[in-house]
Design a protein around this ligand. Structure first.
Ligand SMILES: *Cc1c(COP(=O)(O)O)cnc(C)c1O
Length: 382
């Protein structure tokens, strides 16, 4: 599948699944534009390949967290509209202009820094306003939005393309917090007639049409995880598959400990497998067994292989008792995330969330993309 055949861990990213998930968002938020959030290297999956695929699918608007990410995205997608969620104008103005990025301005001070820049240039600069409606992170209060909206001397220097805010609890549909945020957002939006509005992240998309406005900003659901705590949407397809090489198989005698600290001592002779992925690859140390959470179970040829002892920097150890000896052979690829090991399960065992698992998969892990080059459709210039 990939030309690089060395041992270690490999992340396979299913670009068709990302495209299908984006179409699901588009068809759910039917009256809104479906953008895509590509911050943190497209949640660890690879900024350029993911962006190119989404652009080919029809996605026109992208969000990054940092201006530097936006500049990298500009190289991959020369014609896209790119908004930066966490700009600091004093530090980022040059890059923002150079790469034609649109800052989501989160305070009146940031607005004024951008306005000053526009005044220097002698032309209005594009901008989004980020309103605070209840998450109390980035964003400006309603009175600050009002001050900008009603001030012709500021408005003259801004080409306002979007007013946005961010939901704190959209993954819990029963929580009244989202409704309250929506009411506050409606008040802010009314100050800027004619400016497109955006409130929904992935979870917000599935909260219903009331949350869609003119543009939705999904991230994690494109990458294979529906963040709703209960009742995940079955149309969201898994995207990320993490495998690592089984390097050694051996039987350890009763009474022997496994790994650093010998936190697991074998009660009986145990056939173990040593797998070449550890915390330096993003296989979190909190997956160690025994540990705080439920026991993590990898898969070898579809057979369950529970973790034993601590996760170390470059390897983990599995109990191969339930894996046929013909399957568990050195060189075999062990499934760490995939059809038999959902990312939600791995994250739960590690005491974290799929977002952190994906963005934590380190650069040492080789990336491979599906469909492969041979699988490309004619005319696909990816
Ligand atoms: C990260 C982020 C998103 C995307 O959130 P998901 O939960 O991954 O869909 C949308 N908007 C803002 C402001 C964000 O920071």
């Amino acid at each position: 599948m990939d030309s690089d055949r060395g041992a270690g861990a490999r992340l396979t990213v299913d670009l068709d699944a990302i495209a299908a998930n984006w179409r699901t968002v588009r068809d759910t938020a039917i009256t809104a534009e479906a953008a895509a959030v590509l911050k943190a290297d497209a949640y660890g999956l690879g900024l350029a390949p993911v962006a190119r695929r989404l652009a080919a699918e029809g996605c026109r608007t992208f969000f990054t967290a940092l201006a530097s990410e936006g500049e990298a995205l500009r190289r991959a997608c020369p014609h896209a509209r790119i908004l930066v969620l966490s700009p600091v104008v004093a530090l980022d103005a040059e890059v923002l202009e150079r790469a034609a990025l649109v800052p989501c301005l989160p305070s009146i001070e940031e607005v004024d820094a951008w306005v000053a820049r526009a005044r220097d240039r002698g032309r209005p600069l594009p901008a989004a306003l980020h309103a605070e409606t209840g998450i109390n992170r980035l964003g400006m209060a309603a009175d600050a939005v009002h001050a900008v909206a009603t001030d012709p001397s500021r408005r003259a220097h801004l080409e306002l393309v979007l007013v946005m805010s961010h939901l704190a609890s959209a993954d819990a549909p029963a929580d009244p917090a989202s409704h309250r945020q929506r009411e506050r957002f409606d008040a802010v939006r009314a100050m800027l007639p004619g400016v497109a509005a955006s409130l929904a992240n992935s979870a917000g998309v599935f909260l219903g049409a009331d949350y869609h406005y003119q543009l939705v900003r999904p991230g994690i659901c494109l990458y294979g995880h529906d963040p709703h705590v209960h009742l995940r949407d079955p149309r969201v397809r898994p995207v990320a598959h993490l495998h690592a090489t089984l390097a050694q198989v051996k039987t350890v005698a009763a009474g022997e400990g496994i790994g650093y600290g010998a936190t697991h001592v074998c009660a009986a002779p145990t056939r173990i497998g040593v797998v070449l992925a550890g915390y330096a690859d993003g296989v979190r140390r909190s997956l160690s067994w025994p540990g705080a959470g439920p026991r993590y179970v990898a898969a070898v040829g579809g057979h369950p292989a529970p973790i034993l002892g601590r996760v170390s920097m470059d390897m983990i150890t599995l109990d191969l008792g339930a894996v046929p000896t013909t399957v568990a052979v050195p060189g075999a690829m062990v499934e760490l995330i995939g059809p038999a090991v959902p990312i939600e399960t791995m994250a739960g065992c590690a005491g974290t969330i799929p977002y952190e698992v994906l963005t934590g998969i380190s650069p040492r892990v080789r990336r491979a993309y599906l469909p492969t080059a041979e699988g490309r459709a004619p005319g696909d210039t990816r």
